[in-house]
Design a protein around this ligand. Structure first.
Ligand code: PBG
Length: 324
């Protein structure tokens, strides 16, 4: 007798019934870049379909994202000026702070998350302040905390520190609580590798380091135990959700962190992962839509609860069209 697994693959409806992994628009967090200006929407060449938005146009974009059923966005800012300590990162009239309140005014229910990091705001492009040619951990914590509190004040639901300084989750939690933002959550980029997959993002956010690289603070790609250590540390420090980043070359890490850690787990399907699919699609080498869905399912199957992805709108359209 032959055992016949193919019976469960015979029709689309049967396949749907026995599908082990679900993907929903509710899993998505859409990353958006905001800049100064009026009615602007500048294409990002290395990320086809993605834009830098001015505050007014990001509100329109967010309305569309919300109408597709996507529950959350995460904001990255392009400041008007950069300096050595990233002081525009915590300005009350900063571009992210303005965008948060404009979006919350229009769509109060959408979950607004913000990237907390200095690399977009420093003239040297590092994620913290420099002392003796190194990023100074503890001096950076103070500025990150001010940035996080300013985002909370503008109405952010979650702040998402991506700087990889030690102790930043505890410092930010303390700062938020001292300012009575007990309900503002922290999505920590707990496990963030020093990855070349961030290349297109650094063009989009104008945040490439002007000297050296980020290996002194972001994680070494061959490490896995360290990922669990970082995740557990951030949980102890008070993170509400944690993240693994990038996603695709680190799906083993997503799985291991999912098993070791009790918090909701996000994975960041980063700019380089997006750009590779888009470039191959534009060359006619792959079916970009099918690859996109396969990528997103793989991240869910690995164990992520949430996915930060530039594909969110395209994938939402496909998922929404499947409702009978
Ligand atoms: C740092 C930050 C980076 C990304 C998100 N937050 C870049 C970096 O660490 O150099 C990368 C996201 C992506 O590649 O899509 N603020």
């Amino acid at each position: 007798m032959i055992i016949r697994p193919r019976r469960l693959r015979r029709t689309p409806t049967i396949r749907e019934m026995v599908r082990e992994t679900t993907l929903s628009v509710k899993d998505f967090i859409f990353p958006l870049f905001v800049k100064y200006g009026d009615d602007e929407k500048d294409p990002i060449p290395s990320m086809p379909g993605q834009y830098q938005f001015s505050v007014d146009s990001i509100v329109k974009e967010t309305e569309e994202i919300w109408s597709l059923g996507i529950p959350a966005i995460i904001l990255f800012g392009l400041p008007d000026k950069k300096d050595a300590v990233g002081s525009r990162s915590y300005a009350e009239d900063g571009v992210v702070q303005r965008a948060i309140s404009a979006i919350k005014d229009r769509i109060p229910e959408i979950v607004v998350m913000t990237d907390v990091c200095l690399c977009e705001y420093t003239d040297h492009g590092h994620c913290g302040v420099i002392k003796d040619n190194m990023v100074d951990n503890d001096a950076t914590l103070e500025i990150l905390t001010r940035q996080a509190v300013s985002h909370a004040r503008a109405g952010a639901d979650f702040v998402a520190p991506s700087d990889m300084m030690d102790g930043r989750v505890a410092a930010i939690r303390k700062g938020l609580d001292e300012n009575n933002f007990h309900d503002t959550g922290i999505l920590s980029y707990a496990v963030k590798y020093a990855s070349a997959f961030y290349g297109p993002f650094r063009e989009a956010a104008d945040s490439a380091p002007q000297f050296g690289d980020r290996s002194g603070y972001q994680m070494d790609p061959p490490n896995a135990l360290e990922a669990i250590k970082e995740a557990l540390l951030d949980m102890e420090e008070g993170a509400d959700m944690i993240m693994v980043k990038p996603a695709l070359s680190y799906l083993d890490i997503v799985r291991r962190v999912r098993e070791e850690c009790l918090l909701p787990l996000a994975a960041y399907n980063v700019s380089g992962e997006y750009a590779m699919v888009k470039a191959a699609e534009q060359n006619g080498w792959i079916d970009g839509t099918r690859v996109m869905m396969e990528v997103l399912f793989s991240i869910k199957r690995a164990g992520a609860d949430l996915i930060l992805t530039y594909f969110a709108k395209d994938a939402a359209r496909i998922l929404n069209s499947k409702v009978r």
